[in-house]
Design a protein around this ligand. Sequence first.
Ligand SMILES: NC(=O)c1ccc[n+]([C@@H]2O[C@H](COP(=O)([O-])OP(=O)(O)OC[C@H]3O[C@@H](n4cnc5c(N)ncnc54)[C@H](OP(=O)(O)O)[C@@H]3O)[C@@H](O)[C@H]2O)c1
Length: 333
Amino acid sequence: MRVLVLGGTHHVGRAVVEAALARGDEVTTLTRGLSGHAVAGVDARRADRRDRGSVEAALGDDTWDAVVDTWSYEPSAVRDSARVLNGRVPHYTYISSRSVYTWPPALGLGETAPVVEADPDSTDAEDYAAAKRGAEIALLRDFDGGTLLARAGLVLGPYEVVGRLPWWLNRIAAGGRVPAPGPHGRPLQYIDGRDLAGWTLHAAREGTTGAFNTVSRPGHTTIGALLEHCVAVTGSDAELVWLSPEAIEAAGVEGWTSFPIWVPPTGELAGMHDCNVTAAHDAGLRCRAMEETVADTWAWLVREGTPKPPSSRAGEVGLSAEQEVRLLGAATG
Ligand SMILES: NC(=O)c1ccc[n+]([C@@H]2O[C@H](COP(=O)([O-])OP(=O)(O)OC[C@H]3O[C@@H](n4cnc5c(N)ncnc54)[C@H](OP(=O)(O)O)[C@@H]3O)[C@@H](O)[C@H]2O)c1
């Protein structure tokens, strides 16, 4: 296929580019050329997606078989790309998010769950859920061809810029006593960016359309198995000190941000690792083993170093030194 990737130099986009090249596809990318890792072997075009004229100039009169759009800011940029690409690409995938569903996410949430209100013409990127949903609406409204909405949940794997699994790997590599959020067997649900990329390209080739929750099946692995594998791949002497959800709450430490990846089994965050993914898996989504994701992410960090998040939205993830002391104190009573 001739594939146009809008983005293509960070986590998901880079994985799409590499997967497409590995399949023998011809790949064009569109970025400003300001951040990330340019993959060799692509036709790299330059434009600012907030400026429709520069997008038109960069894309010329060319045509593609599929477009994959990784945009995560204001919906108006997706609207404009959809309009520019009408009649020139039969299939357009938008890398969306489970954040489009109204908060909090219910256990077992499927694609028909209620979504947030959003404006497809909005130039506001502050509200992430509304930005992602607005972009979905813009695409459905303004693109004439087939549309695929890949509603990713937590994305891990090499090239991760938010820094969740990198934080755990770097912290565990540093050794010593590491507070670990229990229970050890708490199930996790996420997707390796490479599996999202592979499925997106497969779905584009098949002409698959619609909205799909795109993560592993619930219980793909557990927090205990994942953190123990972080110890194994880093060769660290770290000792994982397991804490109950109650002890973590009593210490005033939050899941997801301070304890990246993990969420407590009760409360608003509980559904983050428990959405229904039957549709995507029936449509060919396959998720590699956790051990491969952890090992390859560590190999990438050693090879390229920890990247700086390109967006302030990524924020800070991980425990502060002060939180660690508090949690270890709670663990030993
Ligand atoms: N991480 C998660 O857990 C998670 C979960 C659910 C969904 N998602 C979604 O997954 C996607 C992640 O995609 P990603 O990792 O490939 O993307 P990303 O980190 O958002 O990368 C952005 C790409 O777009 C380019 N770009 C930024 N501003 C631009 C502009 N004004 N004009 C043109 N290009 C611009 C960047 O290159 P330049 O800076 O060089 O322009 C870069 O290549 C997002 O849509 C996110 O919402 C992520």
